[in-house]
Ligand binder design. Structure first.
Ligand code: ADP
Ligand code: NA
Length: 326
């Protein structure tokens, strides 16, 4: 049995990218493994968050995890700030990190570029906190989207650095788990950029909780090209390639099959089919979400998850402080 850890930030409304790149794999993995799934609210505050909104989104995200099929009897679902060892080990990982390697992270460069002259230091030290999240559970596999590859690499580096420095195998070295095809869903309006919950352009993003008519409208207006032929070329036809990837992912097929299915059809017909498939995939999640969001059972599940997480996390953290002489 392997240990699985993954987290999602409550920094915006969950997107189809988050669902296909991460969440969908979480529920598949819970059957055979020991799983920890976390709402990483301390990562969200690396940029300012409105307190009431942050609180609401934390709850909404937890409800979506459950609505997507996460079973609290099979996987621990919890909020990062409820398990103090994350911040504690995060500090230790920060002391092991080099400024140069943190400055080289592409996510840091992208996010820092939007901040003007006052770049929050938390954006720079995000990777050591993420390393702590993962390493506390002696994680073997981390199901994340392929945009997180670099963060996984630095997590492995820090774990190996720690083990070498203190000459003890304190941390398991984790591996990324990309799932089918390593899906990366792109923005509907700028298909060379990833779809993100922090994108201000809501037409570029499909949210897991979007109404069917909004999904239809967004996909209808998605940027494509003038060729009007459904074939896969991510270089010259990134918009169509993205819609083909989305269709393939939600219908569990590959883009070669999608190409065959839509050969001879124009973009109008293709987009209608993509929208229908996305709506069908999200509908059952939206239904369960509505039943859960105001239900006190949600709080009980998060409390139970935090108890389990603290138990495992404190075992690792106690060993860390012991070998470090803290
Ligand atoms: P976001 O960038 O939308 O704020 P997070 O950083 O909270 O998302 O990432 C949550 C999970 O969703 C991560 O595993 C990440 O790899 C995955 N993810 C985010 N955006 C995408 C995307 N466009 N396509 C596939 N996976 C994604
Ligand atoms: Na992000």
């Amino acid at each position: 049995m392997a240990v699985i850890f993954s987290g999602i930030q409550p920094s915006g409304n969950l997107t189809l990218g988050n669902y296909l790149g991460a969440l969908r794999n979480f529920t598949k993995m819970q059957e055979q493994n020991e799983c920890y799934y976390c709402v990483v609210n301390q990562h969200a505050i690396t940029v300012h968050q409105d307190p009431a909104l942050l609180h609401r989104r934390t709850r909404e995200l937890a409800a979506i995890y459950l609505a997507a099929g996460l079973d609290p009897e099979k996987a621990a679902l919890f909020v990062q700030s409820e398990v103090p060892q994350h911040a504690q080990l995060g500090w230790i990982m920060t002391t092991l990190s080099y400024v140069g390697e943190l400055e080289r992270m592409t996510q840091y460069k992208d996010k820092a570029a939007k901040q003007g002259d006052s770049i929050p230091a938390g954006l720079l030290t995000y990777p050591p906190l993420m390393a702590a999240d993962i390493l506390l559970y002696q994680t073997n596999f981390v199901p994340v989207g392929d945009d997180q590859k670099q963060h996984l690499e630095i997590t492995r580096d820090l774990a190996q650095r720690f083990n070498r420095l203190y000459q003890e195998e304190v941390f398991t070295i984790p591996e990324i788990y990309l799932g089918q095809g390593g899906t990366r869903v792109m923005s509907l309006q700028e298909p060379t950029k990833k779809m993100s919950k922090s994108d201000d352009n809501t037409m570029a993003t499909i949210y897991v909780l979007d109404a069917p008519k909004d999904i239809e409208k967004k996909i209808k207006r998605a940027q494509t090209d003038s060729e009007n032929s459904v074939h896969y070329d991510a270089e010259t036809k990134p918009g169509i390639a993205n819609l083909m990837d989305i269709y393939a992912a939600v219908t569990d097929t590959d883009h070669a099959a999608v190409e065959r299915e839509f050969s001879g059809q124009g973009y109008g017909q293709f987009k209608k089919s993509v929208a229908a498939a996305v709506i069908a995939a999200l509908e059952p999640i939206q239904k369960r979400y509505a039943e859960l969001i105001d239900n006190p059972v949600l709080d009980a599940i998060l409390d139970q998850g935090a108890v389990k997480a603290r138990e495992t996390a404190s075992r690792t953290y106690d060993k860390v402080v012991q070998v470090m002489g803290l």
